[in-house]
Design a protein. Structure first.
Length: 277
């Protein structure tokens, strides 16, 4: 009896919900060989920081590498033999490309958005693949890492500012930060507010994607851990059903969040390029 209690306590100590969601220095593997060489995980290479920058390889870095390689491989395979009537994988990619073009770029930016199509398609497919890979057991959701989403948001922010300066000139773009018709005595208040609004946009992109992707995974793990935490199988049907429902909903969310990030990126870039519209 005492051994069962000790075993249960030991199991409780091994329950680490957040550890399965956050980044780590190892990859989880679904098996342990007879000699326990892997011991359920593969430790990734770690390096000393260079000028304060940590270039160590983590689980989310590996997932981003896998997503990039998989995306490139699928695109090359789909369009290796171009044809007038796309089939199979090529048909899937073409449908998404036309959707982004007709439902995102064209309504928001018009013909001015054509030069930005490669960027929008890259950001959409990259986020989508990261989201979907994160749903695979023993994998990790890189978009649940605020550093990853901050990097993606920073790319959009940089393109936004560069486009604004190129299209309007440095002085024209700076002038667009001052609302027309504002009394002079309000300028010391309005200019900081407008500058803050520019900085809030990438912050919103970052937190929106991060929060939506990490919330679903935490909810799934919470429902499943109830079986162990409460130490009864009576809650198993409830936990499994709700976890499965959230998991299926997460597949939908993976597409939605990639779409929203791309849509907001197009909107922010267009606002910077044409501040008077």
């Amino acid at each position: 009896m005492a051994s069962d209690v000790n075993a249960a306590d030991a199991a409780d100590e091994k329950i680490d919900i957040i550890g399965h969601v956050l980044d780590s220095e190892y990859l989880e593997v679904p098996f342990v060989n007879a000699h326990h060489i892997l011991d359920g995980s593969i430790v990734l290479p770690q390096f000393e920081p260079i000028y304060g920058i940590d270039l160590s390889i983590t689980r989310h870095v590996v997932v981003m590498w896998v997503a990039s390689a998989l995306l490139i491989a699928l695109l090359v395979s789909a369009f290796r033999r171009p044809s007038l009537i796309p089939r199979g994988l090529a048909n899937f990619f073409e449908a998404i490309v036309l959707f982004i073009k007709d439902e995102v770029v064209q309504p928001v930016m018009g013909d001015h958005g054509k030069p930005f199509m490669p960027f929008f398609l890259t950001i959409f497919f990259f986020i989508l693949f990261l989201n979907l890979i994160g749903l695979i057991p023993y994998s990790a959701t890189a978009t649940g890492n605020v550093s990853v989403t901050a990097g993606l948001a920073l790319i959009t922010f940089t393109i936004t500012q560069v486009v604004g300066v190129i299209n309007n000139g440095p002085f024209g773009y700076a002038k667009s930060l001052v609302p027309s018709g504002i009394p002079v005595f309000l300028l010391p208040i309005m200019i900081p507010i407008e500058v803050l609004g520019i900085l809030v946009k990438p912050f919103a992109l970052c937190i929106r994607l991060f929060a939506n992707m990490i919330a679903g995974h935490v909810a799934i793990l919470v429902f499943l851990s109830m079986i162990i935490t409460l130490k009864t199988l009576l809650v198993a049907p409830f936990s499994v059903v709700f976890a499965a429902a959230i998991y299926l909903f997460e597949i939908f969310i993976a597409f939605v969040q990639a779409f929203i990030f791309t849509l907001l990126s197009a909107l922010f870039i267009n606002m910077a390029a044409h501040p008077d519209h």
